[in-house]
Design a protein around this ligand. Sequence first.
Ligand SMILES: C[S@@+](CC[C@H](N)C(=O)[O-])C[C@H]1O[C@@H](n2cnc3c(N)ncnc32)[C@H](O)[C@@H]1O
Length: 329
Amino acid sequence: MTPDLPAELKAALARKAEGLSRNDAAQRADAISRTYRDGGGSDRIRTGGDALAYALARMPGTYAAIAASLNALTEVTPEFTPRSLLDVGAGPGTATWAASEAFASLDTFTLLDANTALRDLATELAQSHPRLAAMRYHAGHARKVVAEASEADLVIASYVINELGENERAALADAMWAKTSDTLLVVEPGTPAGYARIIDLRARLIARGAHVIAPCPHEAACPLTRPDWCHFTQRLQRSRAHKHLKGAELPYEDEKFSYVVLSRTAPVQRPARVLAQPHITKIAVTAKICAADGIKTESVPHRDKAAYKRAKKRDWGDAVFPQNGLGVE
Ligand SMILES: C[S@@+](CC[C@H](N)C(=O)[O-])C[C@H]1O[C@@H](n2cnc3c(N)ncnc32)[C@H](O)[C@@H]1O
């Protein structure tokens, strides 16, 4: 799937934004993002106007990160055809939209969130989607609403666990895993702190029997050492309105994210993963790879013409299956 918001969602957001003062939306988006940076989470999102400003500013980025994580999931377990989704801390419904694009098999969508302004916006946006219009959205604190929810084949928590304290985060990880009948995806900002939260949750749930689907090629402790951290990046083009809203100059944005996909069943094979943008020179393509036996640097020399050409197409975050080298299709 592509990292771009689906056409129906873009259109629904554009309709909601008609008549909206761009300066007002930019001020709201800025205040919300400052509250996030100061550790206040989604507290600043109180009204319909706030929720819309948040969605216009952040949905393109969080959607792109979720889409990339779902692509990694479907690449490793192409046979996964979930029927039900539980979107925890769903906000405007970003992960629900992304999952419905990734899996035509989904027919039951349950969204949970404490924020009623975001719930109202999500419900309105979903009216323009044939399958999402019937979704159920429960408002309440995650610990309570997750405990009350039915099990789902796919559970997603995107950009949520950073809003919780340590004990609450651990309890929510257990509660989400208890409701996961097949696969759990957790996405966080691609910062050292976001990675640390992902790594803690990964270790905690492996100890409870979870199997890693992506991005790791193994279930051992992460071999990266500080100041390095596992994260990925997704480039997305910015519209003029999006640039204005974020006070940005560049026509694109690089969304950095960390993620983990865990499953009740071990995958048939786990690919290695490209951990940074490969370095391309006229002599070779060189990439940092996380492999089953540790972090390594792989080089494909220019003299190996066909392999070099293929290696040049590799991106940060790509899977490298065991039978293939960096330069093999
Ligand atoms: C940054 S937003 C992310 C929204 C959405 N998942 C996305 O990726 O766009 C975080 C969401 O988590 C929700 N949230 C945070 N703590 C929560 C809690 N304890 N219980 C329920 N929802 C919570 C907030 O209300 C907010 O909607």
